[in-house]
Design a protein around this ligand. Sequence first.
Ligand code: GDP
Length: 295
Amino acid sequence: MFENLSERLERSFKILKGQGSITEINVAETLKDIRKALIDADVNYKVAKTFTDEVKEKALGQDVLTSLQPGQLMVKIVHDELARLMGGTTVDVNIKANPAIILMSGLQGSGKTTFSGKLASMLKSKRGKNPLLVACDIYRPAAIDQLKVLGEQIGVPVYAEIGNKDAVEIAKNAVKFAKQNNHDLVIVDTAGRLAIDEQMMKEIAAVKAAIQPHETLFVVDSMTGQDAVNTAKEFNDRLDFDGVVLTKLDGDTRGGAALSIRTVVTKPIKFVGTGEKMDALDTFHPERMADRILG
Ligand code: GDP
């Protein structure tokens, strides 16, 4: 489905070399190629344009024109720039407080509930935490059941108040419960809608204000491509979240949403979801994602 950008660049420079000298005009053509490949990889159009403008300056600065292997050098410049723009290094989740409170946000279907379970499981097994999962979706009883099933699978208790329609109250009670029962980590799963709506935004902002989480994470489906940027921006404007979770990277997207979101909201991507199972979770590595986007 995708043309491999690395090969494409090598090829286009080989053709150019065959034609004699490489000029700035030829580089412009190649940059167009890069831009197209980024858009194919689900990078937002505007982000792809800004990116190629920056790469152009770097390329000209590094004498790509006179380089013996311009294609390879270009690929390296693009790769390094991708990794740099996606943050350069991994960024940890803030779990120092006791209890540390983590709030999930995102659209319905993005993978919030699944990720809540995965994160609880990871922090329990790898960091020795004693988590409490909180079901704060007051609209869909099935969401509470789903979290309970996951909780059972990973051996983590789930706090829920069946029938209570006040998400803020449930969240506050859950934190109180966690303190009384020696849970040093509280993970609050919230309601999502298929599209952003005012009531949902108000509700999650109110939950955030009430429980003052140490970490608010925005969960987004990497398959949503171009839309992911708008959703991320809206959530960030309202919640000023601390980090991003990119789910469903086991699908056939190149993961360009990572670059778009990072560029537009300037918040670190912290985790990637790579499957439906509870252990299908990785910390985000910018270098690896740059490789993936390049193909
Ligand atoms: P929520 O509505 O945001 O809580 O989303 P869910 O956690 O219920 O996830 C929606 C669907 O996506 C479910 O069928 C999950 O199994 C699936 N899902 C979640 N994360 C991943 C992932 O990383 N990879 C894949 N393939 N599926 C996922």
